[in-house]
Design a protein around this ligand. Sequence first.
Ligand code: XMP
Length: 483
Amino acid sequence: MGFRSKFENAEKALTFNDVLLLPGWTTLEPNEANVKSKVTRNMEVNIPFIASPMDTVTEAEMAIALAREGALGVLHRNCSAKEEVVMARSVKRAEAVIIRDVVKVNPDTTVEELLKLMEDHNIKGFPVVEAEDKLVGIVTWRDVRLAESNLKVKDVMTESVITGTEDTSLEEAMKVLHEHRIEKLPIVDDQRRVKGLITMKDISLKGTYQEAIRDEEGRLICAAAISPFDLPRAKALDRYVDILIIDVSHFHNKNCFEATKKILKEVNAEVIVGNIGTFQAAEDIITKLEGVAGLRVGIGSGSICSTSVVTRAGAPTLFATSQVADAVRQYGSDITVIADGGMRNPGDVAVAMAVGASCAMMGNVFAGCRESPGRLVAMEGRYYKEYYGMGSERARKKRYIQDRYNQPSKSISEGVEGWVPYRGPVKDIISEFTGGLKAAMGYVGASTIPEMWEKAKLALVTESGAKEAAPHDIMRPGPNRTL
Ligand code: XMP
């Protein structure tokens, strides 16, 4: 085959701005569209948006806020395994009927250590236990706020603790908490060993978030990113999370496959792998990696990516999604396809759905929200939040993310650093994007996401067509949301 045929056989790597959804015959009003979707083989989300595992996008606060809205945030891995586990535990502890993963202290813990634990776990009260988790007291913020830091828990704790058992109903627990004006009810067995904890906070949250995605114990669904080469971290997180995402920039790689095989054998969580960008990569995963539950798709389209500039390698998210979704369909697989990178508005998400995505992962959009961990800065009277790529020099300095990108040279960065406009609380963005996605589904005439796969037709637009399709010939004020 001659070199010239490489041009003849070149794929058209189309991207969001190259296409429009063709309006189709519809019998449905946009608000009737159902955006519920699968995020992995066995797990559903009520809202098909996922926040990227990046340290300016998703830590516990974002993951909790999104799960409560029915969407998902993936905890980043640019930290120690211990820190990532702490984040996962706080997502799992944010809501529950009975907290099972109870943080306990012992009578000899110092007040200083206790205050640190309160800060680390964002908890204001702990059961005090002796050997074999036997309950001997309870200690709360009120007991320690004015105490000397070298005192011990046994000097300040309350010894007579009101407790419940596994048979205590939620209504009974509520009554007891109310009668005694207390916040926490340890659940103990007949040997007084701590088996769980019911809190006033959890009871009052119950029913607040109707759309939340929860596990069978009523806890929020939690997803976390891992390196394929860190089995201990995968196992440590697996105790808490429902979904693990193998997070590398180019997963279609022998070493990644080998390492992932080991992880798949050892964990119970659903495993999503990525990123990939071609039919061939999806085919290899489907045929060679048993047990994968989802594919994260798109290389080099992210708003902070410089991969394609630096290396000229990439697979734009829209193109990649269609390739991977075709492979999944051809093999009759039920692995999900998650489009990742480059989506700026609900229309981009709708187009990704049109070519087979089940969910859309976004970094830029969520980085601007109140719940993201990035710094908030004011510049020339406007608010912005810090946002940088995980392959940027800034992210790689933290060292934990080093293996996401190839490292032939230390001087090569595959991401950039900057700021995004502040967008306010994430629930507003979710509602804006959900409304937009439903409107797009209305134009297509699709009442569900699988119907989008079947019914949506695309038109190719020229560069001038793309310009015309956006607002033009008008001066507009820029975004300036208030805090
Ligand atoms: P958006 O466009 O939503 O994209 O900001 C987020 C996605 O971009 C990927 N990502 C990177 N890609 N260099 C890259 O080439 C980077 O430094 C980088 N950081 C994140 C990632 O897939 C994310 O979900």
